[in-house]
Design a protein around this ligand. Structure first.
Ligand code: EPS
Length: 388
């Protein structure tokens, strides 16, 4: 399926910087560097990030596609400089270098190292770990900020919160205080669980280990009818799963009640329909087990995506590995890394969900400028009133 809104990233973790090209934004959408910077800042927060985060203060320069604070319909290109480049100029030099550069030859279990170095036929793992690094997610969040700015024009709001870190679970929240989540060092709505999560992180810091967890991403205000049941690659849940599963360290995903639905009866698992006086639809659901998607289409309820994040694979006390240059049994490579990235994955997940929703909205409503998209959107919502 040809995407209506798409992006590509480039850049290595310790290279000069990251770049993004974003294609498919209609003209006249308000967009500023400050707006993107806010999202980049949210990604960098979180208890358990490594010391790299005190070096980087990410900001994306807009190089094209925006004029006088409005998109102009052409591809938007962004550049995020890596401040840490100063310390890696020799190791990551673009030009050939005379200096002897130490190779990385001890693959880390859980990382891209072994399959990557073999597949690309290299003698040094460095090029693999540089691109596999979650540093790339800064570029994704910048792309997601552009998508978010667009869907926001249609009342779509996207948030995330942490449900678990290192086996410590938050109480299932009734309604979520998003301001509290934004202030929480682990992006958790439950104050008691927040403490337990931070203690879990402290514990693994002292044992030179890492932790994973679970976060939840929620998009509200999504219009009914995005995606389609008619073809596999147009199904919205499939599209969300692909992009969210592509986030570094993500190993599992639920939409709505996901795996828990498997153990329920049909009468318990589905969301009854009742009439409603509240706009924009003449119906509403009594529950949201489906997580806002039925038949591969949004159903007007909040879209709920839950994500399992594995523990960071770079360990202070490394697992057994094999040195690729000697064949000897060794400990895996270690270099500076994070202890816990669960809160950051929530923010990255929001960005990726924004991209899917922007794409699906452009697919459904089209338009070369925001006004045209809005006309089509308004006409569609008006057309639904005939059912009420
Ligand atoms: C990462 C290792 C760390 C993280 C990095 C992801 O970087 P460094 O190797 O420079 O210490 O901080 O994440 C970022 C730089 C970022 O901006 O998120 C890894 O190996 O995946």
């Amino acid at each position: 399926m040809m995407s209506r809104f798409r992006f590509l990233t480039a850049g290595e973790s310790h290279g000069k910087g990251l770049t993004v090209i974003i294609d498919g934004m209609p003209a006249n959408v308000p967009l500023t560097e400050d707006y993107i910077a806010r999202e980049l800042g949210r990604r960098q927060c979180g208890y358990g990030r490594g010391s790299r985060m005190s070096i980087e203060h990410d900001r994306a320069e807009i190089l094209s596609g925006v004029r006088h604070g409005l998109t102009i319909g052409s591809p938007i290109s962004l550049l995020i400089w890596n401040r840490d480049w100063e310390n890696w100029k020799e190791i990551m030099s673009v030009s050939p270098t005379e200096k002897e550069i130490q190779r990385v030859t001890r693959p880390r279990p859980g990382h891209a190292d072994l399959a990557g170095v073999t597949k690309y036929g290299l003698e040094d793992i460095r090029p693999i770990l540089e691109r596999a690094s979650a540093r790339e997610t800064a570029a994704r969040v910048a792309a997601g900020a552009v998508a978010r700015r667009f869907v926001q024009e249609f009342g779509v709001e996207i948030n995330s919160h942490t449900l678990a870190v290192g086996g410590e679970w938050a109480k299932p929240p009734g309604s979520i205080d998003w301001q509290r989540v934004e202030k929480s060092p682990v992006r958790c709505a439950d104050a008691e669980a927040e403490k337990a999560m931070m203690t879990a992180i402290d514990r693994v810091i002292s044992s030179k280990d890492t932790v994973g967890g679970v976060c939840e991403i929620i998009a509200s205000g999504v219009p009914m009818g995005l995606g389609s049941h008619v073809q596999w690659d147009r199904r919205l849940d499939g599209r969300i799963a692909q992009i969210v599963m592509s986030i570094n360290s993500v190993k599992g995903l639920d939409i709505g009640d996901g795996f828990r639905l498997a153990g329920l009866r049909g009468s318990e698992a589905h969301d009854a329909i009742e009439t409603s006086e509240e706009p924009p639809y003449p119906w509403r659901r009594t529950t949201n087990h489906a997580g806002g998607i039925e038949g591969g289409m949004s159903n007007g309820e909040p879209i709920v995506v839950r994500v399992a994040v594995k523990p960071v694979p770079t360990l202070g006390s490394p697992l057994p590995s094999v040195d690729l240059s000697t064949g000897e049994a060794v400990q895996a490579h270690f270099e500076r890394s994070d202890i816990c990235v669960v809160p950051a994955v929530g923010v990255i997940g929001e960005a990726m969900l924004a991209v899917v929703l922007a794409d699906a909205m452009m697919e459904k409503f089209g338009g070369d400028n925001l006004e045209e998209t809005r006309r089509n959107y308004d006409n569609y919502l008006n057309s639904i009133r005939r059912y009420g």
